[in-house]
Design a binder for this molecule. Structure first.
Ligand code: GDD
Length: 318
């Protein structure tokens, strides 16, 4: 089975590459000229990498035409919510044009192939107290340009299935984390700050934003296992939540990380980390996905957090 991963050098993409190689897939990926290969250096010789900016229609068509992958895992995106307020058009353009180019190229060169579209719990946006845990049927009330871009990606999958029969499966993935997570995201940011403080690289003060938000965290290694199953077992044109079903305040996550720290640390709010609007609570119901695939998360949150902290400790030791 030949798989193409867009965003293969990123956080979830590199874990997905590890997973699919273990399952015996031939794995290819798209990279940009600026991409760092550090997350895939241990498997570099097993990968086929194509330099391809997804916003370049001809480049995408070329890769799909050459490779004709049976499975496409479309993970590449501008994925940091605050960046989408700073540059809304860039987020919308990146996230939509790349996907349209992929779908058009698949339509032309490999219409029987399957594509997984990585969408987001951010699509739900403003969620009322009695709507938690959130089902796929919940109204979408997006609170950021990023969320709007993900809703459009989701609907494009539906449209290409209905118009052209492309086997597109959308997953609304809730927060996920673990080793290699980008330092702009909250779990990784806090873990990195702790590792820096332990090493004496920073004074013992950890800067935070809104600690009251509640999020549903799953280990990235569980998430990529779900992605593999999604294209085997889920229905095209449908959308599935992938989540743990457990909500935690950001403060609770911070306390778990601090529990692993070897040094005393003060907490300080940094106003620059507060958002113009922050989704209060995102907790997902993954029953629909579980019924199709049997998947459930296996790695405990504490293990994920410790692995993430150890990842940063190792990075700083290098
Ligand atoms: N980044 C960050 N930094 N967030 C902070 C901080 C901080 O110092 N302090 C508190 N937070 C809060 C944010 O306000 C938000 O409520 C929550 O922590 C999570 O923030 P992020 O880790 O940046 O993730 P996100 O929820 O905005 O989005 C992530 O998850 C989505 C799935 O729900 C991203 O990975 C998205 O790409 C993904 O779609």
């Amino acid at each position: 089975m030949k798989a193409l991963i867009t965003g293969i050098t990123g956080f979830a993409g590199s874990h997905l590459a590890d997973h699919l190689l273990q399952l015996g897939y031939e794995v290819a990926g798209t990279i940009r000229s600026t991409s760092s290969l550090k997350h895939v250096s241990h498997i570099r010789s097993e990968l086929q990498l194509f330099e391809c900016d997804l916003t370049d229609e001809a480049a995408v068509e070329n890769v799909i035409g050459i490779l004709k992958p049976e499975r496409v895992f479309h993970l590449a995106a501008q994925s940091f919510v605050p960046a989408s307020w700073a540059a809304p058009m860039e987020t919308i353009h990146n996230n939509l044009s790349g996907q349209i180019h992929l779908l058009e190229a698949m339509r032309k060169h490999c219409p029987a192939s399957r594509i997984l579209i990585a969408c987001s719990s951010e699509e739900y946006g403003q969620v009322e107290g009695d709507e938690v845990p959130i089902k796929e049927t919940n109204p979408l009330r997006p609170l950021s340009p990023y969320a709007v871009s993900k809703i459009a990606q989701n609907l494009l999958g539906y449209q290409y299935y209905k118009n052209y029969g492309i086997h597109a499966v959308c997953v609304r993935t809730f927060n996920h984390t673990g080793p290699r997570h980008g330092e702009q995201f909250v779990t990784s940011n806090f873990a990195k700050q702790i590792a820096e403080i332990e090493k004496g690289l920073k004074p013992p003060v950890l800067y935070v934003g809104n600690l009251e938000a509640r999020r549903d965290f799953t280990d990235v290694r569980d998430i990529v296992r779900a992605y593999g199953l999604a294209l085997d077992a889920c229905d095209p044109g449908e959308v599935y939540n992938i989540s743990s079903g457990t909500g935690r305040e950001i403060r609770e996550m911070l306390n778990i990380l601090l529990g692993f720290s070897t040094t005393a640390i003060d907490i300080q709010e940094d106003a620059a980390r507060l958002r113009p609007s922050d989704v209060k609570a995102l907790i997902g119901d993954y029953t629909k996905f579980h019924r199709k695939t049997g998947w459930r998360p296996e790695i405990s949150f504490e293990v994920t957090m410790l692995d993430l902290l150890n990842y940063w400790r190792q990075m700083l030791a290098q």
